[in-house]
Design a protein around this ligand. Structure first.
Ligand SMILES: [Zn+2]
Ligand SMILES: [Zn+2]
Length: 558
């Protein structure tokens, strides 16, 4: 059986989860997992928060909160957002709370060191005498030596994007107290990415088949791979393993080093909770495991180069990613969804107002798969009213309500003599039928969402051709056969919808008289004349109700 680990980028616990993240890395993962599970694949879905790093400690200090409660707040916000959007993982944890995380991260460090992939170096770093600490990354500010902009941070210039070496600042300032820091010598460990590239990862990256937009991104990645420092002088984070001795005191692993290890430590946490503490190995070190990372494009270097290098470097038989379906950026009305810029809105409230499945479907149908794309409320309303209410909802409601009124609310009977004509008409002549799962497996979620609607259009064409409402008067037996055929179609429609719109799919499933969960059904694929019918004539149907009430734009948006 195919075994797949699906991970979504760990949320940086420094702000809310916004639609940019959701459309980029979380909703596609959820749709993928739901689809694979219905197809019978064994899937493990892992996500959580990335809790360390200087951006977090600075923000927490500014908010007057201690670090653990600060990250717990954003982790809680993330969970609430997942709940609101019906996005499910087997585990959602956090790198500062997962009990297995520090030890496994140190184990990675130790094994990389033992295997010759870490380099220890003395470097000069800025030290604030007033605060008695080395100033890691954003704890230093100064004027950008590339573009002259004043608010450059010790890791990056927000104006021009240059990766900053803080020692090159002419006017460095301590972010905490504003005083001028001095240079002092400190020891750090570097991941030898050039060596790992030459050993294996370079060849692996070149031979690997990547999604087209990822391919573009990694073409230049290998040219100029630097060693990357994986330690920092600060207290919030995973401390170094004891064998590095005194030089490791007051230092922690750099956040980008320990964060991706979270995918594995969270799996260990889950398997311990399930009472099978060694089962994580079957996944992460199993030969036939597919590892799929859902991320935004800004995470491509880490997931296509750095993390695979780490996984290979520890020499423990870890699987390397089989696919990294990175998405482009999803923007809000021209600007970026931002956690710090005040441009984000409350996702949970939004979903309460506009509906979880309408939101999921709209995000799927506009996902930034190959290019940046944009979110707009007017478009969401339009998509819901045309594709969902007009095409799928209208089909289900008019068929089932008509049956409730005229056929005793049971599955009407199919006359054997009509079978061939009905099958030919709906399966061959009313339009192309697509398998949404085939698109999902290729990470084409927009096409997949379109296919769900296109399949409903097939049935609407069938309704137009057969005109069962009129036919009932002249040929009631044939009208019954047509309505039976439409019930069968809705029975497929509910299963096709399930990964994308789980609540509405379940509602439709119950309207068809089923009592179980539609998500527990097998994936239907594409109907075949010999075997596609599964309903029993005379079986009671459920209560027909409007699946997708029409949405109206708020006055201020019009
Ligand atoms: Zn700059
Ligand atoms: Zn200071």
């Amino acid at each position: 059986m195919a075994r797949t680990i699906v991970t979504s980028a760990l949320l940086y616990a420094n702000g809310p989860l916004h639609f940019g993240h959701i459309a980029g890395a979380y909703l596609p993962a959820d749709v993928y997992v739901r689809t694979l599970r219905m197809c019978g694949d064994e899937v493990l879905a892992v996500s959580g928060s990335d809790d360390h790093g200087v951006a977090i400690t600075i923000s927490a200090e500014k908010a007057g909160e201690d670090y653990p409660s600060y990250v717990a707040r954003w982790n809680g916000n993330m969970r609430a957002t997942f709940d609101a959007l019906d996005i499910r993982y087997d585990i959602v944890s956090g790198t500062s709370t997962c009990p297995e995380h520090p030890e496994l991260s140190r184990e990675f460090f130790s094994k990389l060191m033992a295997n010759g992939y870490l380099v220890e170096r003395q470097t000069n770093q800025l030290f604030c005498v007033h605060d008695d600490m080395f100033l890691a990354d954003r704890y230093v500010e100064g004027t950008c030596y590339k573009c002259g902009s004043e608010g450059a941070r010790g890791d990056e210039c927000p104006s021009c994007g240059t990766w900053i070496d803080p020692l090159q600042f002419e006017d460095p300032r301590c972010k905490i107290c504003g005083s001028t820091p001095e240079e002092r010598t400190t020891t750090h460990w570097y991941l030898d990415l050039p060596k790992l590239r030459d050993d294996k990862i370079g060849g692996w990256i070149r031979d690997h088949e990547w999604k087209t937009n990822v391919e573009k991104f990694i073409e230049n990645l290998l040219e100029d791979v630097p060693e990357r420092a994986i330690t920092r002088d600060m207290s919030w984070g995973v401390s170094l393993p004891p064998e590095v001795g005194e030089a490791g005191e007051g230092k922690v692993l750099y956040v980008w080093f320990d964060a991706p290890i979270g995918y594995i430590s969270f799996t260990k946490e889950l398997m311990r909770e399930r009472g099978t503490p060694d089962a994580w190995k079957d996944w992460w070190q199993g030969e036939d495991t597919q590892l799929v990372h859902f991320i935004g494009k800004d995470n491509i270097p880490f997931h296509c180069l750095v993390f695979p290098s780490m996984l290979h470097g520890v020499q423990d038989g870890y699987v390397l990613p089989s696919a990294v379906p990175a998405n482009e950026f999803y923007n809000l009305k021209g600007g970026k969804f931002s956690t710090s810029g005040g441009n984000a809105f409350d996702v949970v409230k939004f979903v309460e107002e506009w509906g979880v499945d309408a939101t999921r479907f709209y995000l799927c149908s506009t996902m930034p798969e190959t290019a940046d794309s944009e979110f707009s409320l007017e478009q969401l309303i339009q998509t819901t009213n045309t594709a969902l209410a007009g095409t799928i909802g209208n089909l289900a409601t008019r068929v089932l309500k008509f049956i409730a009124k005229n056929f005793d609310a049971v599955v009407p009977e199919l006359q054997e003599s009509h079978r061939e004509e009905m099958d030919r008409l709906i399966l061959e002549e009313c339009g192309p039928i697509e398998d949404p799962a085939a698109h999902v497996r290729e990470f084409r979620f927009r096409r997949a969402a379109e296919a769900v609607v296109a399949n409903a259009t097939v049935a609407n064409v069938f309704v137009d051709r057969m005109a069962p409402w009129a036919l009932r008067k002249e040929d009631p037996a044939k009208a019954a056969s047509a309505l039976n055929t439409l019930c069968e179609w809705l029975n497929w429609q509910a299963r096709w919808m399930a990964p994308f719109m789980p609540t509405k799919a379940q509602q439709l499933w119950e309207m068809l008289g089923h009592s179980g969960q539609v998500s527990d059904e097998s994936w239907p694929g594409i109907p075949d004349a010999g075997s596609w019918r599964g309903l029993t004539a005379g079986a009671a149907l459920g209560n027909p109700e409007a699946l997708f009430p029409r949405l109206t734009a708020p006055a201020s948006e019009a």
